[in-house]
Design a protein around this ligand. Structure first.
Ligand code: SAM
Length: 218
C-alpha cells in the first residue's frame, strides 16, 4: 500500500519522474520478512505494479482522449496509459531512495504519480541495459511536456516560512499544468490538495500564480 502526498487525483503528475519531489512510501504487508527486499537497495529504480483503485468505479472504454493531445483526439486504450482500462493495472518506474528493512518494510521512492492508498501488486528492479531505450519512437507522446512558470503571490510568500511547506513539490507539480485538457479559463481559481495544504492558483497564458495556501486540518 502507498502513502503519498496526494490524497486526491487532481494534480497528481501524469507520469513518473516529472515531479522528482513527489515522494511515496510503499509499505509492504506484515507477512513479509526483510529477505524479500535483500539486494533491492543496489538498484536505483524499480518497476511498481499497482491497481488504479480509484478509477475502478469509473469504468473504461475502448477509445480515450489523452490529455497530451488536448483531449481532442481519440486513441485506442492500449495505445495510452489511462487509469480507465479493463483491468485497471498501472505500472510506474520510480526512483528508489531508501529501503527500510525493519517492520513494516518500507520502500521510499520519488518521482511518483500515485494516489495515496494505491494498492501495490508487485515490485521489480529496473535493469537499464535491458530496458532503457531512450531513442525509441514514442507515438503521440514524443518529448517532455512543456512546463509552466510558477509564481507565488506576495501574500502567500509571507506565509511560507510560518508553515512547513514543500515549495519545490508545489512548484514542480503546478509546472506540469494539472488542468483538464484544453481548459483555459484565465479567471478561474483552481484548488489542489497536496502534502496537507490546499493550494489555490490560476493560470494565465503560461504562468501559474499561486494566490492562496491553506493548511488542511489532519
Ligand atoms: N505510470 C502509470 C502507468 O503508466 O500505468 C500511471 C499513469 S496514469 C496516466 C497517472 C495518473 O493516474 C495520475 O495523474 C492520477 O491522476 C491517476 N492515478 C494515480 N494513482 C491512482 C489510483 N490509485 N487510482 C486512480 N487513479 C490514479
Amino acid at each position: 500500500m502507498v502513502q503519498a502526498q496526494f490524497k486526491q487525483k487532481f494534480g497528481i503528475p501524469r507520469q513518473p519522474g516529472l515531479v522528482p519531489e513527489a515522494k511515496i512510501s510503499i509499505v509492504l504487508n506484515q507477512e513479509f520478512s526483510p529477505d524479500v527486499v535483500r539486494g533491492l537497495e543496489d538498484f536505483e529504480y524499480i518497476w511498481v505494479h499497482f491497481v488504479f483503485h480509484d478509477a475502478i468505479g469509473e469504468g473504461w472504454s475502448e477509445l480515450v482522449r489523452p490529455p497530451r493531445l488536448g483531449g481532442k483526439t481519440k486513441k485506442g486504450i492500449f495505445a495510452t496509459r489511462t487509469p480507465h482500462r479493463p483491468n485497471h493495472l498501472g505500472l510506474s518506474l520510480l526512483k528508489l531512495d531508501k529501503v527500510i528493512t525493519s517492520k513494516p518494510i518500507t520502500l521510499i521512492c520519488s518521482g511518483a504519480d500515485l494516489l495515496d492508498g494505491t494498492p501495490i501488486i508487485d515490485i521489480k528492479p529496473y535493469i537499464a541495459f535491458v530496458e532503457a531505450k531512450p531513442n525509441a519512437q514514442s507515438g503521440f507522446v514524443d518529448g517532455i511536456p512543456p512546463q509552466l512558470q510558477v509564481i507565488w503571490s506576495l501574500e502567500v510568500q509571507e506565509q511560507l516560512h510560518f508553515n512547513q511547506v514543500n515549495q519545490k513539490l508545489i512548484e514542480q507539480t503546478l509546472a506540469q499544468d494539472p488542468r483538464p485538457a484544453y481548459q483555459n479559463i484565465p479567471e478561474r481559481i483552481y484548488f489542489m490538495q497536496v502534502d496537507g495544504f490546499e493550494v489555490r492558483f490560476k493560470i494565465i497564458e503560461n504562468v501559474v500564480q499561486i494566490v492562496d495556501l491553506i493548511k488542511l486540518s489532519e
